[in-house]
Structure formats: C-alpha cells, structure tokens
Design a protein around this ligand. Sequence first.
Ligand code: AHG
Ligand code: MN
Ligand code: MN
Length: 356
Amino acid sequence: MHLGRTTLSKFLIQQVREHHAEEGAGLAALLVDIAAAVKAISAMTAKGALAGILGSLESQNVQGETQKKLDVLSDQAFINTFQLGGLVAGLASEENDDPIAVEPRPACANFLTLFDPLDGSSNIDVNVSVGSIFSVVRAPKGKPSLQDYLVPGDQQLAAGYAIYGPSTMLVLTVGQGTHGFTLDREVGNFILTHPNIQIPASTSEFAINTSNERFWEPPVQRYVEECKAGKTGVRGRDFNMRWIASMVADVHRILMRGGVFMYPKDTKDPSKPGRLRLMYEANPMSMVIEQAGGAASTGRGRILEVKPEQIHQRIPVIVGSREEVERVAKYHDEYDKGEDKAYSSPLFKERSLFQN
Ligand code: AHG
Ligand code: MN
Ligand code: MN
C-alpha cells in the first residue's frame, strides 16, 4: 500500500491548480494519459524476447531509419491513448511523416503532443535502457496547421520522458521544477520519488559519441580534448566518460548526478546539422533540464529559443551541468570570433591523418 505517498495524479492536481489555472485540469488529465501509455510500453519492453516483439521491420521512417517493431508498437500506444483520451487535437511523432489530426475534434482537445515513442531503440535488442520523450503545446481553436506545432520550446506547457530501465521512471515538468516518479509495477502507480531534481552546476563527466570526433567542429574537439587531458591539461582534473546511446538514459544520469551530454553539429552528413530532432527530443529534454537548474544549448544559443522550421528538423545538442554547457558555448563563440588561435586540433597537427 502507498498511503502517505504522493501518486502522479495527486501531484499533478496540486501542481496545475497552482500554476495553470486556465488549462490546468486538462493538462493534468493529459499527463495521466501519457503515464498510461508509458505503463503499456513499459510492460511491452519488459517482456523482451518472450513477447516476440524484438527486432526490426522492413519499413523505414521519414528519416530513413529502419523501424524496430517496438518503435511502431510504442508509437501506436501513444496514438491510441491520444485518440481515445479526448484531450489532444493533433499529434506528431518521430515515426510519422506528418502530424496526425484527431478527428472529429473532441470538445476538450486543447493540446497538441509531439513525441519520440521509443528513444534509443537500437538498444532494445541488447536489453539496454530505452525511453519515450514527449512535449505538450497549446492547440489552436480550429484545425491544427503545421505551423501550430512549430512553436519554440519555451512555449511548451509540459515536457518529460519515461525511462524503461531496471525500474521504469517518469520524469516531467509543467514549468515548475522537474520531478521524477517511479512505477510501482505490482500496483500500477507512479509514485513521486524524486521531487525537485537539481542538476549539479559542475561536473567531471561527459557523454559524446567519440566515433564522430573527426567530423566535429573545432570547439567541440577542443572541449573533449581538454577533458581527456585531465589532470595534466588545462582543466587540471580528470574527467570520466559515459555513453549509453539512448538520449533518455544519458540525460537521466545527468539529472541524477550531473554531467554534460553532447550530440553536436558534425560534417558526417552535411544535410543533417546534428543527430537529434528538435521538436520531440531536444526541446522536451531541454525544458526538463532547465527546470532542473541545468542548461541546454546548440553551442550557439539556447535550444528553447530556436524557431522551428520542420517537424523532423535536427539540431546540435549540448545539455546538462550549467558550467560545462556554458564552457562549450564559450568555445563556440571564441571559435566563431577567431579568438581561439591558441588551440589547434590534434587532427590537424603535423603527422596527423591529414598532414603527413
Ligand atoms: P531514436 O532511437 O529515437 O532514433 O534516437 C536515438 C538517438 C539518441 O537516443 C542517441 O543519443 C543517439 O540516437 C545515438 O545515435 P548514434 O548511436 O547514431 O550516435
Ligand atoms: Mn530518439
Ligand atoms: Mn525513437
């Protein structure tokens, strides 16, 4: 029994009553719906190979990525929840080319949702943590147009993620701090276990896919080089590196103990200015991080102030402990102004791959 413990529903009723008078009740109900979809996905992912739903499909999503069976099943779990819930006028997800309008529009459908139904799905077949990410914005009065979805991240009403790890957690914000709930599987309740999460301002842990190092811009090469130099370099202390390759899991670790997560701009594929998607990965995670006292930057500006142009647009992401995010942004600024002459990338030194 959980007498005396705060369930998600109770918490939301209190939070939105205080801070979202106008749309509060609907927003709380929508987040409870999202929690229901998360429970369904948690149950599916936990069954693993027993359910016969691991592995890939023949299909690709709009971004040319081969879909996993669980990508599509998780997408369907969210879509069904939103179509039946009566609170959403339209939705957009990683797995659908275009936004989907809920028709006929329910009378109380005051919201649009954007979501990544299964993040880190390349990890699903190897039993490593995956997650879901969601963003909630205001719906227009009439039928939603594409432009109604393309609002900057600082206009999100709520955002959060679920992590399907050893335990399933839901971490969310309605703009009043970031709070974590742990699923009590036997009872089926999310219980507030991590109120008011605070990301430490400083850290000695970074997360980046270093196999892309040769494609990074010089300011990111500089930052990582300095971290790797540790005590013997300009930072004067040793750094540790972690990379799970599920953004939810990497960001969750940072919320719990600090760190900086980077998926910066690279030149691997010039048509893609980054790996992660603005609308349903970077924006919701940035709101969660900022609400926990962290920072979220493209390297050249605050992610939440980026004016979106497309539903599936990609964006460079540097998020986490404030001091490190600010340092990486400073290195971008110095590079753009030509002020970082002192630093030259080891990749371009004598005897490098490029200059024998
Ligand atoms: P998704 O599974 O939703 O496509 O997102 C995967 C993302 C993110 O979770 C992770 O940080 C990144 O892709 C890893 O990409 P690479 O392994 O290609 O570096
Ligand atoms: Mn993702
Ligand atoms: Mn995904």
